[in-house]
Design a protein around this ligand. Structure first.
Ligand SMILES: Cc1cc2nc3c(=O)[nH]c(=O)nc-3n(C[C@H](O)[C@H](O)[C@H](O)COP(=O)(O)OP(=O)(O)OC[C@H]3O[C@@H](n4cnc5c(N)ncnc54)[C@H](O)[C@@H]3O)c2cc1C
Length: 430
């Protein structure tokens, strides 16, 4: 069967791999000149089942309300004119709030934590099977607390995820400095007062992985069409027969897989969006990523983690020559624009944890903004679309690096007519 995959982010490339492994002929269409050019370009790199909690949660409305008025809150709502008149934006928000009760949160957490843990195992297997070098390391992640408030929240999270079989231990500041010696100065100064340690989590450079897997597949007869967007679909009855590209070609296909990340639905108002018919309820939530060269490799952290007080995540990449820092969740953003102000939190957090470690003024600093593909439930949509031979693999949101290989396996199971290898009953629905 010839399958055309739309998009070459983490989901597109891992889907192509799972379908190629099943013996399909695969063509990947990516509008950018290379893979990992959108959300998968500069994520935090944390493979973090222990962070896979659903965003709909009791009391989330308080965080959202804060984000409407406080311009420096990590979660913010864009007060844009377009949003006021966008029914999809309000519907998505209403769905998220309707799931923000104890019973739904528990149900979604059970499914999401289990799927993220499976996703990590599937990703580890894929990396070892292909031999792809992406700085993958599974020695745990350390999340630091700088206040009694975030320490109490870490204790509650640790107890909660333990009920779902995920290990996240609250540790003292001294233990944190033993596990991650780069934190020792911040611990000595009292900046870090405690931490949580997720021993089964991992880290790796998602961009390097996506690029290398695309090349690995291209070497094995998977075709990649870069620099041309899928523009429209041709169909006969309930089946898509061709995918039309911007460069004027039309690819014949037996099946189409849409891995368009956040570029779904009316928000991006394209002909393709109309042609795809009903789309999963995905809302783009913007985040900001900064990759900064390291001045002193001897002091670089070995493990990734998150500062619980600022929600800045970090990960050493490129053999510790750079640190990637990410933060921010802007609801209602419609593009990937940024300003210098969007990166102040990154710098403040890094300077307080590792003073003087990073070369902020180097021309090698990369600033990046991108859109998380979030569903209201914060579980992905993997399944059939409006045509018999249209499949979606999208909506992995804030945790798509962790879930990509697992999502691709489930997609391949569904396309192959097999029972999905993990239960997907609680996943997002059309
Ligand atoms: C700041 C930030 C930090 C994150 N940190 C982590 C983390 O630490 N751990 C983790 O697990 N996850 C993390 N994530 C989440 C993860 O990065 C995403 O879930 C994942 O990258 C989504 O991948 P995707 O393939 O669905 O989307 P994308 O990577 O956006 O891929 C979609 C592709 O479709 C292409 N496309 C769009 N329209 C067309 C068209 N018409 N024709 C052809 N191609 C088209 C786009 O160019 C794009 O390349 C983070 C996300 C953000 C924003």
């Amino acid at each position: 069967m010839h399958v055309v995959v739309l998009g070459a982010g983490l989901m597109g490339v891992t889907s192509a791999h799972a379908l190629w492994r099943d013996g399909h002929e695969v063509t990947v269409v990516e509008r950018a000149p290379r893979p990992a050019s959108a959300t998968s370009h500069a994520n935090a790199g944390l493979i973090a089942a222990s962070r896979a909690l659903p965003w709909p949660a009791p009391g989330v409305w308080r965080t959202l309300a804060r984000g409407l008025v406080e311009r420096d809150a990590p979660w913010r709502i864009e007060r844009a004119f377009d949003n006021v008149f966008d029914p999809a934006f309000w519907r998505w928000g209403a769905q998220l709030l309707s799931l923000s009760n104890v019973a739904d949160h528990d149900r979604l957490a059970r499914a999401k934590l289990a799927f993220a843990a499976y996703g990590h195992r599937a990703l580890r297997d894929l990396i070892s099977e292909t031999g792809i070098a992406c700085g993958y390391r599974a020695e745990g992640l350390v999340h630091v607390c700088r206040s009694a408030k975030t320490l109490a929240a870490a204790e509650a999270r640790s107890a909660y995820v333990a009920r779902h079989g995920v290990r996240l231990a609250v540790i003292t500041a001294r233990q944190a400095a033993q596990i991650e010696p780069a934190l020792a100065p911040a611990v000595a100064k009292g900046t870090v007062i405690a931490a949580s340690y997720a021993p089964e989590d991992g880290q790796g450079d998602a961009r390097r992985f996506t690029e290398a897997l695309a090349q690995w597949l291209a070497d094995r007869e998977v075709i990649f069409r870069y620099g041309t967007a899928a523009r429209d679909l041709r169909s006969r009855g309930a089946r898509i027969t061709h995918v039309e590209l911007d460069d004027g070609t039309a690819l014949t296909c037996d099946a189409v897989v849409a891995t368009l990340g956040p570029y779904v639905g009316r928000t991006f108002g394209s002909t393709l969006a109309q042609a795809l018919g009903e789309t999963p309820p995905i809302h783009p939530v913007k985040g900001f990523s900064m990759t900064v060269p390291v001045r002193d490799p001897a002091r670089v952290p070995r493990l990734g983690g998150i500062c619980e007080d600022t929600l800045v995540a970090w990960c050493p990449i490129e053999d510790g020559r750079f640190i990637r820092l990410t933060t921010g969740a802007i609801f209602g953003a419609r593009d990937a624009s940024w300003s210098d102000r969007d990166f102040e939190a990154h710098r403040r957090a890094a300077e307080s944890l590792w003073p003087g470690l990073l070369e902020w003024d180097s021309p090698a600093v990369e600033r990046w903004a991108c859109l998380r593909p979030m569903t209201p439930s914060s579980l992905p949509y993997i399944g059939q679309g409006s045509f018999e031979n249209l499949w979606w693999n999208a909506g992995q949101g804030h945790i798509g690096w962790t879930m990509c290989a697992g999502s691709a396996n489930v997609l391949a199971d569904l396309i192959g007519g097999r029972m999905p290898r993990v239960p997907i009953d609680d996943f997002e629905r059309l």
